[in-house]
Design a protein. Structure first.
Length: 152
């Protein structure tokens, strides 16, 4: 199985999470690519590869929005909408429970839009809380190791 992690971040935390997965989950995937969402469009989902899984690793910015570097990709899901039934994905959403109305909003927005386009989410969202005091990288790696073994 191949894994592609698309990273939306403002401060770099989501990128650190993705890189931890890349380093710690090599035994479960034939390849793991970490890619910033900068400049991406819905075309990033065009590869119809049954052996590919995608993780959206996305921080939350402002009032529950996607980070600046993810906005072009997110907007293209509306502007260039297409059926994504071949896409198998998971979401690692980063947020802060101190803001309960917008907690993990960036990742949740991607999840809702991908489902609207027919993409198939595997498992539950991994919601990482910045105010919990927990190690985000360790939590994400643990979630991902379990997620990679799930059937779809």
């Amino acid at each position: 199985m191949k894994l592609k992690i698309l990273v939306g971040t403002m401060t770099g935390t989501a990128n650190s999470v993705a890189q931890s997965i890349q380093m710690d989950c090599t035994d479960l995937a034939t390849s793991i690519e970490v890619r910033s969402m900068d400049g991406l469009s819905v075309a990033v989902f065009d590869a119809n590869d049954k052996d590919l899984r995608i993780i959206i690793c996305c921080a939350t910015h402002g009032s529950g929005d996607v980070p600046d570097n993810a906005s072009e990709l997110y907007d293209s899901l509306d502007l260039e909408a297409r059926y994504l039934g071949h896409v198998r994905y998971g979401v690692i959403a980063l947020g802060d429970q101190c803001y309960p109305d917008t907690f993990c909003g960036g990742g949740k927005k991607f999840d809702a839009r991908l489902q609207d386009l027919g993409a198939q989410r595997i498992g539950e969202l991994c919601c990482l809380d910045a105010s919990s005091g927990n190690d985000a990288e360790a939590e994400a790696v643990s979630w991902c190791r379990q997620w990679l073994t799930q059937q779809y």
